[in-house]
Ligand binder design. Structure first.
Ligand SMILES: *Cc1c(COP(=O)(O)O)cnc(C)c1O
Length: 393
C-alpha cells in the first residue's frame, strides 16, 4: 500500500525535532553533526537567532500580501542583491526550479523581442542539475531525471562538461543562451575552471547568446565569495539563486541585467508566493550577514581548515577516499568505495553528509560552522572511514 507521503524519496530512518547551529537532535534525544545543512540551505545554521528574530518579528506583523501591492521587504532584498552583484533587477521565486523556469522564459523572450523568435535553443552541460520541473529536467537532460516524462520541452542541448570546443561548435544562430553551474552540486562538486567560465563568456559575447549561471547551490557565500562566478571575474546576464538565500525559508530569485530582462514586462511572469513579506524578511537577514566581507573571509578561513583535514583523511584512508574537491564550504570527497556506504558509515558516527553523482560525498556545512565542529566532523569522518576499511567479518 502506498504511504500517505508520495514515496519519491529514499529517506534515512532519522527524524529531527530540534536544531541549533550545526547540530540536530532526534526524537530520542540523539545529537547529529550536520554537514548537509538541508543541502546547502541552512547557510547560517539551524535556529540562527538573527533569522529567528527576522521571521518572528515579521510573522507578528504580516505574513502575506499579493504582488498586486507594494512589498517593502521584497524591495529591500532586491536592492541588497542589486547593490552586491552584477544584476540590475530581481524576480523572487519559492525555489530553484522556479528560478530555472524564469531564466529559460527570460532568455527566450529576449530573442523574441529582438525579432529573432527562432533563437530558442539553450545549451547545458552533462551532470547539470537545474531542478525537477518539466523544463528543468529537459535542461539537465539526464536519463535518470527525464525517463518516462516525455515528451520533453524542446530546445535544449546537453554538452560534455567543460568542453570548450563542443560549446564553440554548438553555438549557432539558434542559440538563445548557455546555462551552467559554476560548481556542479548534484553532479559531484565539479568546479568549472575559471578559464572555462571566461571562455564561455567570450563565446557568449561573440555570438550574443545570454550567459545564465545556476548558483542555486554554490551561491550565497557558499564558495567563499558571495557568488561563485566572482572568482573568475566574469559576470552572467542572468543568474538563478535559491537554497541558501532563505536560510531555510523557501525562497529563490532570478537576478538579471537590465538588457537580459528587457522582455519581461508587466504580465509576462508572476508568482503568488514569490517574494512575500515573510520570505523576504528572512532573506534580508541572510543577505545582510552573508554579503559582509568579514563573513566571507571567515568562510574562506574555515574552508582552508576543513580542506586541510580532508586532505589528511584522503592520505590516511586511500582505500576509502580518493581526492578532495570544491571551493569554500561546498566540498566533496571523491570516494573509492560506494559513496552511499560512506554516508551510512557517517550516520553510524552521528554525522550527516550528502551523496552526489560521480561517487562523491558532499560536505555542505553551515557557513558559520564553528572551528570545533569542523574538528569534530573530521574526527567522525575518520572513524567512519576506519569502520569501512576494516576487513569484513
Ligand atoms: C537544488 C538545485 C536546484 C533546484 O532547486 P529547488 O529549490 O529544489 O527547486 C536547481 N539548481 C541547482 C544547482 C540546485 O542545486
Amino acid at each position: 500500500m502506498i504511504s500517505p507521503v508520495l514515496p519519491t524519496y529514499n529517506r534515512a530512518p532519522l527524524s529531527f525535532v530540534k536544531g541549533e547551529g550545526s547540530w540536530l537532535t532526534t526524537e530520542s534525544g540523539e545529537r547529529y553533526l550536520d554537514l548537509g545543512a538541508g543541502i546547502a540551505v541552512n547557510a547560517l545554521g539551524h535556529a540562527n537567532p538573527a533569522l529567528v528574530a527576522a521571521l518572528t518579528e515579521q510573522a507578528g506583523q504580516l505574513w502575506h500580501v499579493s504582488n498586486l501591492y507594494q512589498i517593502p521587504q521584497q524591495q529591500k532584498l532586491a536592492e541588497l542583491l542589486v547593490e552586491n552583484t552584477f544584476a540590475d533587477t530581481v524576480f523572487f521565486t519559492n525555489s530553484g526550479t522556479e528560478a530555472a523556469e524564469l531564466a529559460i522564459k527570460m532568455a527566450r523572450k529576449y530573442w523574441y523581442d529582438k525579432g529573432q523568435p527562432e533563437r530558442i535553443e539553450i545549451l547545458t552541460f552533462g551532470g547539470a542539475f537545474h531542478g525537477r520541473s518539466t523544463g528543468a529536467i529537459a535542461a539537465a537532460g539526464s536519463e535518470k531525471m527525464t525517463k518516462g516524462f516525455g515528451p520533453l520541452m524542446p530546445g535544449f542541448k546537453t554538452l560534455p562538461f567543460g568542453d570548450h570546443d563542443a560549446l564553440r561548435a554548438a553555438l549557432t544562430d539558434k542559440t538563445a543562451a548557455v546555462m551552467v553551474e559554476p560548481i556542479q552540486g548534484e553532479g559531484g562538486i565539479r568546479v568549472l575552471p575559471d578559464a572555462c567560465l571566461k571562455g564561455l563568456r567570450d563565446l557568449c559575447d561573440q555570438t550574443g547568446a545570454l550567459m545564465i549561471l545556476d548558483e542555486v547551490q554554490c551561491g550565497m557565500g557558499r564558495s567563499g565569495r558571495l557568488f561563485a562566478h566572482e572568482w573568475s571575474g566574469v559576470t552572467p546576464d542572468i543568474m538563478m539563486v535559491a537554497k541558501g538565500i532563505g536560510g531555510g525559508f523557501p525562497l529563490g530569485a532570478v537576478l538579471a541585467t537590465e538588457n537580459a530582462a528587457s522582455g519581461m514586462v508587466a504580465g509576462t511572469h508572476g508568482s503568488t508566493y514569490g517574494g512575500n513579506p515573510l520570505g523576504c524578511a528572512v532573506g534580508v537577514a541572510v543577505m545582510s550577514a552573508v554579503s559582509d566581507p568579514a563573513f566571507l573571509a571567515e568562510v574562506n578561513r574555515k574552508s582552508a581548515l576543513f580542506r586541510q583535514g580532508l586532505e589528511g583523511l584522503v592520505a590516511s584512508h586511500p582505500q576509502v577516499f580518493e581526492a578532495v574537491r570544491g571551493a569554500g564550504l561546498i566540498l566533496g570527497l571523491k570516494c573509492v568505495v560506494p559513496n552511499t556506504d560512506v554516508v551510512k558509515a557517517a550516520y553510524g558516527q552521528n554525522l550527516l553528509t550528502v551523496p552526489a553523482a560521480d561517487n562523491v560525498l558532499r560536505l555542505l556545512p553551515a557557513l558559520n560552522i564553528e572551528d570545533a565542529d569542523i574538528a569534530e566532523a573530521l574526527a567522525r569522518l575518520d572513524r567512519a572511514a576506519a569502520s569501512l576499511s576494516q576487513p569484513a567479518g
